[in-house]
Design a binder for this molecule. Sequence first.
Ligand code: NAP
Length: 644
Amino acid sequence: MQIKNGGTTQLAPITATNDEIREALTSAHLAPLMLTIAHLSGDMSILRGDIRPESAFLGPPDAGISDEQGRTIRERAFDVISAWRDNPGDLHELSDDELEEMISFLIQREELAEIYTPFLRAEFSSTGEDPFAQPAIEAVPEATRANYHVLVIGAGMSGLLAGIRLKEAGIPFTIVEKNPGVGGTWFENTYPGCRVDSANHVYSYSFKPKDWPQHFSPQAVLREYFEECADEFDLYGSIRFETEVTEARFDGASRKWQITVSHGGQSETIVADAMISAVGQLNRPKLPDIDGAGTFDGPQFHSAEWDHSVDLTGKRVGVIGSGASAFQFVPIISEQAADVTVFQRTAPWVVPSPDYFKDVPAGKHWLLNHVPTYAKWFRFSMFWRSAEGLMEGVAVDEGWNKPEVSVGQQNDVLREMLVGNLKAHFEDHPDLLEKCTPNYPPGAKRALVDDGKWLTTLKKDNVHLLTDPIANVNAGGIATQDGTQHDFDVIVYATGFRASTFLFPIDIYGANGEELHEHWGVDPRAYKGITTPGYPNLFFCYGPNTNIVVNGSIVFFSECEIRYILGCLALAMEHGAALDVKQEVHNRYNEWIDDGTTKVAWGQSSVSTWYKNVNGRITQNWPFTQVEFWKMTREPDAADFDFV
Ligand code: NAP
């Protein structure tokens, strides 16, 4: 099996009429369209004129371009696309200088263009090469690869990816999945309104683009995408469903992992040369430590374990938590329930996103599916606008002295923009404006994406946002510390996940017999988020310090991690040994992470988040750009490891 770069090789030929092309162009994002014009024609002049899109974070995608300029761009695009239709040729091979010019045109940061050039060169590989392939594994003799065995824990987004890449590399593997189906988080979270909050053209595998019906897909569409992947890459035969890993021990004599799995009450041991954890950070629901939790008389459940047998029609529902999950289901259940009361401890920042519930328009579908390079430039522009570009908005400026409000000048600009959005929504509701305005800098915790639905919902007569702290849960409902009793028929805990107890509840014993969670204590650490000293040939996807706070795609991280892990497997096979990262390499790396964390909003603010351990150290998040992670994980350096 050979995976191809999905961006430029799977396009349908252009058969559209002139009118159809013109119509489709009305749906184009203009900055990526200008880059497509330059790329297809090999003529960079359109980038050198006076049309300059703004690269500011947030804001409309065509900011900085006037209507008149928009018409000029579309007319030029029409000429280039119709010429391509009539005479499809070879794609113009971009020189490094051209690529750099195009990148700096899009992001308007000349100094950063150099960093993105090798990244985009790989993404655009005109030979159809795969940007996330790991060449080192192909250099290992086929027979050696075929004699290896890898156990992957989890068949969610990362576990399936591990399977796809291991299959491509000819390495036998078993995926163990506790659920009866694939998709992980997209299998388990079925609460009303569940959908992805990263744009799908970025939140998808690089090699498996999809003609997404909406910009941000609902859960069922995502689950279907991962099922399609499992099917297309023939993974089902390698997945053991409804099977849980309960324990794993590294056996130094054989240099293999002995993994205990349980299925239907029966245990068995699987032996593997390497183990990849793909269980995610947000997999085990967390119930809050609130007095009386469990004493409530009516139905109660966690948002990630939604009880669909409970009919909420006409019911009084109490919701604890106002994070990403509550944000999505409260507007939906408020249409059904008599009353919904949300107990909010910390106000989330709300980022306006007008496309959040919208279908991808027909013209945009056409452009993405037919016009060479448009999909790639569109993906990169989304990557920049929704992730990389936002990093500047959360950066700490030295000497900035408004810690409760913002951490730097750009962060302050972002705050003003977000507060402006709240003010516009709550003009006639000063009480809600006060409750919904966070008292910490934007980016100190994950902002929530909204097209106005949440803020509008809070204004409904049957929705109540309470900020009085909870005193206890009791038989009748929830009492707040101001002495008020709130009676409910149903309570929903939207209280998040046990993120920092990575791999909980699996017991993992390393080379010296120490259990991983005991070894870590409250401070999980790993080198590049992927390997921990003392646990040879154990690799993590979405491990310590690899979560992203400002938007971005965790799929991108997984693709980087799996490429790195395959490089590690190649090293292990070459040396006939297991890889154990050197303690000093690991420690130096973590110092670098901690230093980076002091320079971003979530590393500065004292607001409560699931990113921090009890000592205040950020154990979950990646503090740099995504492209930095890409660069760092291209291949492992043998000098970083002991071979045991
Ligand atoms: P969350 O964002 O961690 O929110 C948990 C909520 O429960 C917060 O409002 C928290 O308050 C509150 N809470 C926790 N313990 C409490 C207590 N003892 N008393 C009162 N309130 C308490 O959890 P989530 O909404 O499930 O989301 C978790 C993560 O999953 C997100 O950050 C995101 O990364 C991901 N997610 C993504 C999507 C998506 O892509 N669309 C959707 C859902 C979730 P504090 O803020 O004060 O801690």
